[in-house]
Design a protein. Structure first.
Lengths: 366, 368
């Protein structure tokens, strides 16, 4: 379809240029949702500055909630985009892996005591250990996909089943609670700064990824492997190693997201934490206009997609949709998205548009 | 890769005739052997319960629904796809039937029709999207799964037991297996029994076995899974065959949902959580290849049995915390996936190396 449009060589206006850009899809979705909320209830956009229980200034409002809770999703979307691009499949074990890494953080901080008075280790050590563990699990997934050639979604199904069980096992099925207030800063507010911390963490991750994509070949190589495994091999790349690497990077993203999730509650609930987040992460990648079958990707579109998903979730919550029923609505959105992005449907649609365009001048002639 | 896969599949079939063992049979034999080793091992080392025939029947009773779901899953996997919505459909069916029976005073027959209808609807829509619009099966059925789970809570939030008299009578029906009873702790003789669901499951297994073995459609499933392109050239309607596989899978999910409902007798949003996972695991353990084209319904039956035997063993060894079940299933799945991967690579190497020898061999066979 792309070659067709380029051969036509029409004078392109700004609007058509925008439509061709991949980031157009999430922006359009965002505008649509914003418009809907504006009509339904303008107070959606109200932001107020208040004080929380500790007496620190905090911003509150639906938009802040979106920025706050969309951050983990954006971080996951970064890793998921890379995995999708390189392996042409998605990792469905991220929710379970978040449970594991969160459990590890608490285990290191609390030791064997489930209600510790003081922390058993510095927070940074706990975070680093959870990073290592999450990367190991990522490496496990990556090894199955890259070296044993198992479809990514099926390979990650293993961790998807076992993950929450392993998480419970790490902490002996206890639910430790941390009383240390500084641990809560990472998922809440740092005293004196009214913007939620997860947003800063997400921005930091985005900057790191942007630098990595700019100054290393990570992006190019993972796209090459995704577009054509064989030819990238013939060009001297090592497709297996690159696939493996993307899964390890996703592991790192999972650790960061898991850390934020645990910090929010200062506790953990193995069966509920990050529930259905794999669906949201995949949805973010799809909404970003990236092909779910691998190949080219746009990182910024994915990240924006993640925030759009959170926008949708928050909107649904606002209209009193039950949290368990949310998935039904999101599933409908996914189906609409994938149907619209299916090559066959696209061809039909473009043929339809062409026919309309051809018909219009003839009418004018009459 | 698919091209090489085709030639190797054909080559293997020809070569394996002389060795009398195909990949399908090899994986099937591994599964059956593993099952018997585990069962006999449990009988020898754990004794007690495993010596009673009723233990085996109880496993069947508890897993009748899973057997039906796994059969559908195997069918889809043979065509090279996957369907992870079956667990969600099961939950939706049991909740809808429960609400219909208790709140609307429905009768059981209509409830059965309702469950089949829900299953078929899922199968039709998913099948259309996957076969005719060429969308990745995993994405479609993942959405289907979330949709079904979400719908379950929309239909009714709170779990409840069904009191409908007709249904309870059906649920309590026991079919006595003659001659296999045992004496219980009090010393009374108790007949061995199975539930209606088991009969349904066995009928489904038999029907699907015949379908896959002796009908044109059944052979078409293997052809499509083995190689899309060559199946198309052989005159198989690839899209329609794929479509049918999802429709049948959806139908079986509906039936399986009702059987599950008959076993538990209640509606709940958390019913059959992870059933899709267990179904995939049993199909894989039963020797169905994820890449398609290889699989056997009998293997799937043994896959389900192996899976539940290992759960029983884990429980009776004393590791009864909830998490062990998840971990053992995952470990077992991982093991069998690796076995498959090794078998596949062996097949690919075989396709590349003795090309000349094989060509000569296949020529010989053709002449025979």
């Amino acid at each position: 379809m792309k070659s067709q449009s380029s051969t036509l060589k029409k004078p392109t206006s700004f609007f058509t240029w925008l439509i061709r850009r991949q980031i157009f899809i999430p922006i359009a979705a965002l505008l649509l949702l914003a418009l809907f909320n504006l009509i339904a209830d303008p107070s959606f956009f109200k932001i107020t500055l208040g004080y929380n229980s500790a007496g620190n200034p905090v911003l509150s409002g639906y938009l802040i909630t979106i920025l706050d809770y969309g951050s983990e999703l954006a971080i996951l979307a970064i890793g998921m985009t890379l995995v999708t691009a390189a392996s042409g499949g998605q990792d469905i074990s991220v929710g379970a892996a978040i449970a594991i890494s969160g459990s590890v953080v608490l285990r290191v901080l609390c030791g064997t005591d489930s209600r510790p008075e003081t922390l058993h280790a510095p927070i940074i050590v706990a975070f680093l250990i959870s990073c290592v563990v999450a990367m190991l699990f990522g490496a496990f997934n990556g090894a199955l996909v890259a070296f044993f050639k198992i479809q990514p979604m099926v390979a990650t199904l293993i961790l998807f089943t076992a993950g929450r069980s392993i998480a419970a096992w790490i902490n002996n099925n206890e639910l430790p609670i941390i009383n240390e207030p500084s641990f809560g800063y990472f998922g809440g507010f740092i005293p004196g700064i009214p913007i939620p911390t997860p947003f800063f963490i997400a921005v930091a991750c985005m900057i790191i990824v942007a630098l990595a994509l700019r100054f290393t070949n990570l992006g190019l190589y993972s796209q090459a492997v995704g577009v054509n495994n064989k030819s990238s091999r013939l060009n001297g790349l090592d497709p297996e190693w690159i696939k493996f690497l993307t899964f390890v990077i996703l592991g790192l993203c999972v650790a960061v997201a898991g850390f934020i999730k645990v910090s929010r509650l200062s506790s953990i609930n193995y069966s509920v934490i990050a529930k259905d987040i794999e669906m949201d992460a995949i949805l973010a990648v799809a909404l970003g206009g990236n092909a779910l079958s691998g190949g080219k990707f746009s990182m910024s579109a994915s990240i924006l997609g993640a925030y759009v998903i959170q926008f949708l979730t928050t909107t649904l919550y606002k209209f009193d949709v039950q949290s368990d029923a949310l998935s039904a609505y999101k599933a409908v959105v996914v189906i609409i998205l994938v149907v619209l992005s299916a090559p066959i449907v696209r061809e039909k649609l473009s043929a339809l548009f062409k026919r309309l365009k051809l018909r219009q001048p003839s009418k004018e002639g009459c | 890769m698919s091209l090489f896969g085709k030639s190797s599949a054909i080559g293997n079939r020809l070569r394996d005739k002389s060795q009398n063992i195909t990949d399908t049979n090899l994986l099937l034999i591994i599964t059956i052997v593993v099952f018997f080793i585990m069962y006999i091992g449990a009988m020898l080392f754990l004794g007690k319960g495993f010596l009673k025939p009723q233990t085996l029947f109880n496993i069947l009773n508890a897993n009748a629904a899973l057997i039906i779901l796994s059969c559908g899953m195997s069918l889809v996997m043979i065509t090279g796809g996957i369907d992870i919505s079956v667990g969600g459909v099961t939950a939706l069916v049991s909740m809808s039937c429960a609400v219909y029976l208790d709140y609307h005073n429905g009768n059981v027959f209509t409830a059965i029709l309702l469950s089949i209808g829900i299953g078929l609807a899922f199968g039709l829509i998913q099948g259309f999207l996957i076969a005719y619009l060429d969308i990745q099966p995993f994405i479609v059925t993942l959405a289907g799964m979330f949709f079904a789970r979400g719908m379950t809570t929309i239909v009714n939030t709170n779990p409840f037991n069904v009191q409908n008299k007709e249904f309870v009578a059906l649920k309590e029906t026991r079919i006595i297996v003659p001659g296999l009873g045992s004496t219980n702790k009090a010393g009374n003789y108790v007949d061995a029994y199975v539930e209606i669901g088991v009969i349904v499951a066995l009928i489904v297994v038999a029907v699907l076995f015949c379908l896959l073995k002796w009908t044109k459609l059944g052979r078409g499933f293997y052809a499509v899974g083995g190689n899309n392109q060559s199946a198309l050239m052989l005159g198989v309607n690839v899209k329609r065959t794929k479509f049918y596989s999802y429709v049948i899978c959806g139908l079986l999910a509906g039936i399986g949902g009702f059987v599950y409902f008959m076993h538990v007798g209640s509606g709940s949003a958390s019913h059959a959580s992870g059933a899709e996972m267990n179904a995939i695991a049993s199909s894989i353990i039963g020797g169905t290849m994820l890449t398609g084209g290889v699989g056997n319904i009998i293997g799937t039956l043994f896959g389900v049995l192996s899976l539940s035997i290992i759960q029983n063993i884990v429980a009776s060894v004393g590791l009864d915390q909830a998490w062990w079940t998840g971990i053992t299933i995952a470990a077992m799945l991982c093991l069998f996936l690796v076995i498959q991967s090794v078998v596949m690579s062996r097949k690919n190497i075989a396709a590349f190396k003795p090309t000349a020898k094989k060509a000569a061999l296949s020529k010989e066979q053709r002449e025979k």
